[in-house]
Design a protein around this ligand. Structure first.
Ligand code: ATP
Length: 580
């Protein structure tokens, strides 16, 4: 990737002085940080006791001295220390950090009900009590580790003639500082390039992006490179002191709440463009990421959802990743070896999709959609699922055109056929009009008649409190994946070719490529299944909520049952627009 993509901006992570000279990486290395707040306060207290000659009033000194000795302040410190030490323990880990949002969802859900049971009424009443809300709010603050003091900015108007300097003392602890430095291109000075959200520097509230580093341990860093500064840090022992010129009036912004699902794998170590590899966050396709900052157009800060590490890492922004994909595609089409793949649907560039949690709604079940290559076994799995509870799992009745009493038709309504049972019968004109108006998820023509599945039939099943199960053609996905239907999409993947052949032949599987279903699959058909599966994955894998490999039928089916159960009972990530 060249051609003016992003100039690589070199940054160095501020690493602590370590006991061992090898600095392996950002995450694994011992580090400094922790503001010497308590020792500083004790020092202040003892100097106050000796400082009768300070130019302050008796009253002011008395107040300060009382405050510092007060039981309340000491109790607060104890709580603070306890929270910090518990925060480092694996025993205590919040299940979620957004209980206020859940509460709002529950209230909204309750209020929308025409009738409320006594239990619901009590819950509704309780959740509105200020002390319950206060408790949940406090819970979320602790879960988000939002209890560090955010110190006010040094006033701009103070000492206009003098440069304001802040002195930050740090001590070694078990985590990295969570900040990077670079040489400012305009001034040539060393500045703080980035403060990682949730990292030690961020939580201290004392180090901000743009702060100029003047001295490190009394060594002036003017004219030095970031690497020289790292060297000083590495050679230092014990407490370390930074002398910083604060950046102009800014506090670190609060975290954004955006969650995205990643549609690509990312490995910072192999990314030549990341400004600081050690600060990168690796992730896999399908991971949900909490984007905590989008301040930089090219490098976002993110945490993996559910990760206990509160320090954010750098990931490529959507804009940057899209440019990379476009560039890669132009390279591929230049090489001309992938012409087959740039047809329909590849206009979509899947990078990140904003997601939110959808909570199960009693009596309203998400449709389950089985997608896969023809012949892979979707009908078989669907049939087995329906057999477990035919009252609960329903498949939509298809629509068909017919020409009643006409002599030249191929599909008259047969005697004994009931409209709405095997098919909903409709005139061709009506069906063509409905297709035009995108009322059909999928449709096709067979022997002169149109057949199709309408989104209304899916909705009808959902509205009667049943679980709708479908196995449409994969091109139907775009029509299905809409907020009104909220489907859960399971991709049924074939196993490796030899396992596919072996399992199907052992089971005397009937080929679906044969209209009469009267023979087994040929080798060519097995190959076609594998080929078309690869194509479906290439085009649509960013739509899949889950993948089940259909090797052993019993195992695949039990995975499908588990998935169906999960969809009914667990909050799951869906496109954010579905829950707004
Ligand atoms: N895991 C498996 N092991 C052995 N046989 C299987 C397995 N899964 C499905 N089969 C058999 O393979 C054949 C084709 O399966 P099925 O009809 O479910 O395919 P399909 O994906 O619905 O195909 P199409 O989309 O073309 O209708 C059936 O005879 C089925 O019993």
């Amino acid at each position: 990737m060249s051609n003016g993509m992003t100039a690589r901006r070199l940054e160095s992570i501020i690493l602590p002085y370590t006991d061992t000279p090898q600095r392996t990486n950002f995450l694994a290395t011992d580090a400094l940080v922790l503001i010497l707040l308590i020792p500083a306060l004790s020092r202040l207290l003892s100097s106050l006791q000796q400082a009768s000659n300070l130019p302050s009033t008796e009253e002011e000194l008395g107040f300060l001295s009382d405050l510092l000795q007060s039981k309340e302040l000491h109790a607060l410190f104890k709580v603070h220390n306890k929270v910090i030490s518990n925060g480092n323990s694996d025993k205590f880990f919040p299940m979620l950090s957004t209980s206020m949002d859940v509460m709002a969802d529950v209230l909204e859900e309750l209020i929308s009900r025409p009738h409320m049971s006594e239990d619901c009424k009590e819950l509704f009443y309780l959740l509105q009590k200020p002390h319950v809300q206060g408790l949940l709010c406090a819970h979320d603050s602790v879960a988000q580790k939002d209890y560090y003091p955010h110190l006010p900015e040094i006033p701009q108007e103070a000492d206009e003639d003098e440069e304001t300097i802040k002195i930050v003392q740090l001590v070694k602890s078990n985590e990295p500082l969570g900040a990077t430095i670079k040489t400012d291109e305009a001034t040539g000075k060393i500045v703080i390039a980035r403060v990682m959200h949730g990292g030690a520097a961020d939580r201290s509230g004392l180090i901000h992006v743009g702060d100029e580093v003047v001295e490190v341990n009394n060594i002036n860093v003017e004219g030095k490179t970031p690497n020289d500064v790292l060297q000083i840090l590495q050679n230092s022992e014990g407490t370390i002191t930074f002398k910083l010129v604060p950046a102009d009036g800014k506090l670190n912004a609060r975290e954004s709440k955006v969650r995205v699902r990643a549609h690509f794998d990312y490995n910072a170590a192999t990314d030549p463009y990341i400004p600081c590899k050690e600060a990168g966050l690796d992730f896999n396709k399908g991971d949900v990421l909490h984007i905590v900052s989008q301040d930089d157009a090219y490098w976002w800060q993110a945490r993996r959802e559910g990760d206990r590490n509160m320090r954010a890492g750098l990931i490529p922004s959507r804009a940057l990743q899209e440019r990379r994909i476009i560039y890669e595609r132009t390279q591929i089409s230049k090489d001309g070896d992938d012409a087959e793949n740039d047809d329909f649907d590849r206009e979509q560039i899947a990078t990140y999709e904003e997601v939110a949690k959808l909570y199960p709604r009693p009596g309203i079940y998400r449709p389950i959609v089985l997608i896969g290559a023809p012949g892979v076994g979707r009908n078989e799995l669907k049939r087995r699922l329906i057999d477990t509870d035919p009252d609960k799992y329903k498949t939509p009745t298809p629509w068909s055109t017919f020409f009643l009493f006409s002599t030249d038709t191929s599909r008259p309504m047969k005697p004994g056929e009931v409209n709405g049972k095997e098919y909903f019968f409709v005139t061709r004109e009506q069906m063509e009009e409905d297709i035009e108006n995108t009322k059909f998820i999928e449709f096709g023509e067979y022997k002169g008649n149109l057949y199709g599945t309408s989104s209304e039939s899916v909705k009808a099943i959902v509205n009667t409190g049943k679980v709708c199960i479908l196995n449409p053609h994969y091109q139907a996905l775009k029509m299905l994946r809409i907020p009104q239907l909220k489907p859960y999409i399971i991709y049924i993947k074939p196993p490796e070719l030899d396992v596919l052949k072996e399992t199907r032949n052992a089971n005397h599987a009937r080929s679906t490529f044969d209209v009469n279903n009267s023979r087994g699959f040929t080798d060519e058909e097995f190959n076609d299944i594998i080929k078309s599966a690869a194509r479906i994955e290439f085009l649509y894998d960013h739509f899949f909520d889950e993948t089940i490999v259909n090797a052993d039928l019993a195992i695949a089916f039990s995975q499908l049952l588990t998935a169906a159960n999960r969809v009914e009972t667990e909050p799951l990530w869906v496109p954010a627009s579905w829950v707004q």
